[in-house]
Design a protein around this ligand. Structure first.
Ligand code: NAD
Ligand code: DAU
Length: 352
């Protein structure tokens, strides 16, 4: 069996659903259920005997170790994190706690368990750390894309905390021989993404006839990857990646934010026309994100060459599926938008 941390979040829940659809192997999901964790994402598997959930904070090393000892996994896939850059700017403490201290506690628990395994189990075991391209910092318009050897230059409290966790994972491999793998992925989009991130926020606001807040000049560039392709890449790295290595994952799909927003508007206009007119009228430029990274781009030749992974979706096919999903799951959106969500929207957008 495998353990997944943060499996009630956006990518983790997509990963668990994909995993159980592709393999017979059981999954134990360890998640604290912060504002971003939602068990509704996993409703389709909640009665599946191969799936089990434990609510736990990864910072609680002893309790995590007890669960790992009981489950005896052959791999741990570590998604749990605070993941939103704007929240890290308003309150970096939670990011240091979960992303650094939590990853440290998880690594310590994993090292203790791994040390107790038989030689064959130790050999087969993997700790896969899911990280981000943001650790590499920001690119100029003509700079080469981030490769696995690009120097780390994190610019936000979020990316700094992820960089710190990447370094800890590296150190646990080099110092203790823990069989680790690290993936650094670009911007994901797809079903179950919390509507604080660009694409689901724009879909939700556009459907509600609310302003579409574009930071700065709207020309910051991100490389977008459909979440299902990220999950396939993680499965492939887990299966065949070399221990101690890092793998960049990207969609080879760089796009300025304003173009992403316009594409979302055009898809919504086509699938659910607005009697008031094209949604692009709702675009509103607002004050920029402090320290806003200008451009991310991923050189994914290593994972393509070594492991034969390539994305299956283009931005056109992936975004169409995503918009369709949000149109078909308005109830999900309404439920996550109740409660704490409103406080975040007021805190982040009222002063922009
Ligand atoms: P998310 O915010 O949607 O989900 C995070 C999950 O972690 C939630 O279920 C939350 O409850 C859980 N969690 C938070 N703190 C915890 C703690 N202390 N103990 C246990 N569980 C805790 O995040 P996401 O977008 O799904 O990202 C998942 C991972 O992938 C993160 O590590 C993130 O850095 C990385 N990543 C994300 C993207 C992206 O575009 N979203 C891209 C590359 C890498
Ligand atoms: O690159 C990978 C990273 O992508 C992940 O590690 C992070 O967890 C994930 O949140 C994402 O970070 P970004 O900051 O790039 O994503 P976000 O969706 O917050 O913003 C995407 C771009 O859109 C960014 O340039 C900021 C801009 N933006 C965002 C919001 C929420 C806006 O213009 N308006 C907005 O309201």
């Amino acid at each position: 069996m495998i353990i997944v941390t943060g499996g009630a979040g956006f990518i983790g829940s997509n990963f668990i659903l994909d995993w159980l659809a592709q393999s017979a192997e059981p999954v134990l999901n360890l998640d604290r259920l912060t504002y971003a964790g939602n068990l509704e994402n996993l409703a389709a598997v909640e009665r599946d005997p191969r799936y089990r959930f434990e609510r736990i904070d990864i910072c609680e090393r002893d309790a995590v170790l007890a669960l790992i000892r009981q489950a005896r996994p052959r791999a741990i896939v570590h998604f749990a994190a605070e993941s939103h850059v704007d929240r890290s700017i308003m309150g970096p403490g939670e990011f240091v706690r979960t992303n650094i201290e939590g990853s440290f506690a998880l690594l310590e628990a994993t090292r203790a368990y791994w040390g107790e395994c038989t030689p064959a189990e130790r050999e087969a075991f993997r700790f896969l750390h899911v990280s981000t391209d943001e650790v590499y910092g920001s690119l100029g318009p003509n700079d080469a894309a981030f490769s696995e050897t690009t120097a780390y230059q994190p610019n936000s409290p979020y990316s700094a905390s992820k960089a710190a966790s990447d370094h800890l994972v590296r150190a646990y491999h080099h110092t203790y021989g823990l069989p680790t793998l690290t993936t650094n992925c670009s911007n994901n989009y797809g079903p179950f993404q919390f509507p604080e991130k660009l694409i689901p926020l724009m879909i939700a606001n556009a459907l509600a006839g609310k302003p579409l807040p574009v930071y700065g000049d709207g020309l910051n560039v991100r490389d977008w990857l459909y979440v299902g392709d990220h999950c396939t890449a993680i499965r492939r790295v887990l299966q065949a990646g070399r221990c101690g290595e890092t793998y960049n994952i990207g969609g080879d799909n760089e796009m300025p934010n304003i173009e992403v927003v316009r594409t979302v508007c055009a898809l919504l206009d086509e699938m659910r026309p607005d009697p008031q007119g094209p949604r692009e009228r709702l675009v509103t430029y607002v004050r920029d994100r402090p320290g806003h990274d200008r451009r991310y781009a991923i050189d994914a030749r290593k994972i393509a060459g070594e492991l034969g992974w390539r994305p299956a979706e283009t931005f056109t096919t992936g975004l169409r599926q995503t918009v369709r999903w949000y149109l078909d799951h308005q109830g999900w959106v309404d439920r996550v938008q109740s409660g704490q969500y409103k406080d975040w929207i007021a805190a982040n957008y009222s002063a922009r």
